[in-house]
Design a protein around this ligand. Structure first.
Ligand code: SF4
Ligand code: MG
Length: 333
């Protein structure tokens, strides 16, 4: 499979009153053509910062301090703002959580959908209109000519998110990055948008990197899953493996907190405690203060990534210390 994005040992830090603090602490992953990688974890775990690092859209006090990001063989961290602008909205596109804020309220849909075409293509006026109509029908909006003339507030939440996707697709990106794209939408519309994204991924052969805190969304769209905790990747694997044989205690906790529709009596088992602050010094495994399986060693030494199978890795000492069969049957209690 062709690798689109290859991130190695990425460290992204923020300058704060307490000094320079890392929010992403040595993250490595790749996204292939035609696949969806879901990045999951509680809010604040570093997943959005990872995507903003890739997009070159970090806030002013943020910077990539280590590592590399290769996109189709080109090293992005070495590029200037101008060079990054040529990628954004062109071969790498992004859709955000809240289309009402991402869309500009004072411009029509037509104006906004033509913007990336103005920036990245040499299409004439007529061709741009044809392309805009084509894009709006591609994302399932009926009556695209009418939608072109509308302002964002005249559309429903689901329609706005479809428009955002159309804008993101305008220049045929190879990589689509989506940060919680359906969180603001109700469940039915959410399912429609996820279906749409999945179809478009297959039709257009894009790679998709989707950030979510929702394991239900992951189950729906992911080919592979990357679980992040406090700036680290703690587990990666194919979606079936993550759901059927989760290895890391944090992943197990995330899955235990998913409501089960078949089981009405199911109790939501949120993981006790909360994510550490950026300035909190935690030795050893950064999950140890919240981990029901923590051992003495976990408080001192950071675990490496243990290989579970070909594409499955988990950053936890249990894979060394505990007979893996026995561990499989341990659960949150
Ligand atoms: Fe828990 Fe230790 Fe594994 Fe960290 S390394 S997740 S503390 S068992
Ligand atoms: Mg976020």
């Amino acid at each position: 499979m062709e690798t689109l994005l290859d991130v190695n040992n990425l460290v992204t830090s923020f300058r704060t009153a307490d000094g320079k603090l890392p929010a992403v602490r040595g993250v490595s992953f790749s996204v292939n053509k035609g696949e969806t990688l879901c990045i999951v974890g509680e809010s604040g775990c570093g997943k959005s910062i990872t995507t903003l690092s890739v997009m070159g859209l970090l806030p002013d006090n943020g910077e990539i301090t280590e590592g590399s990001i290769y996109f189709q063989g080109e090293e992005l961290t070495k590029k200037s703002d101008d060079q990054m602008r040529k990628h954004r909205g062109n071969d790498i596109s992004m859709i955000f959580q809240e289309p009402m804020t991402a869309l500009n309220p004072v411009f029509t849909v037509g104006y906004q959908i033509k913007e990336p075409l103005n920036l990245h293509t040499k299409l004439g006026k007529k061709e741009k209109k044809i392309r805009a109509i084509e894009l709006l029908s591609q994302v399932g909006l009926s009556n695209p000519e009418k939608v072109l003339k509308k302002y964002p507030h005249e559309l429903s939440g689901g329609m706005r998110q479809r428009v955002m996707i159309a804008i993101a697709l305008a220049c045929n990106p190879s990589l689509l990055i989506a940060d919680e794209p359906t969180t603001a939408l109700d469940v039915t519309i959410q399912a429609q948008i996820l279906d749409l994204m999945d179809d478009l991924k297959d039709d257009l052969g894009m790679g998709v990197m989707m950030v979510t805190h929702d394991m239900g969304v992951v189950a729906e769209v992911a080919d592979r899953v990357m679980v992040m905790y406090a700036g680290h990747v703690v587990e990666t694997g194919k979606v079936e493996e993550i759901f059927e044989r989760p290895q890391h205690p944090y992943t197990k906790g995330l899955l235990a907190s998913v409501p089960n529709v078949d089981d009405e009596g199911h109790r939501l088992e949120a993981i006790p405690g909360s994510l550490p602050n950026l300035n909190e010094k935690i030795t050893g495994c950064r999950f140890h203060p919240r981990c029901p399986f923590a051992m003495d060693k976990c408080k001192v030494d950071a675990p490496p990534h243990f290989r579970i199978s070909d594409k499955h890795q988990s950053k936890c000492w249990l894979h060394e210390e505990v007979d893996s069969h026995e561990y499989q049957h341990k659960a949150y209690s």
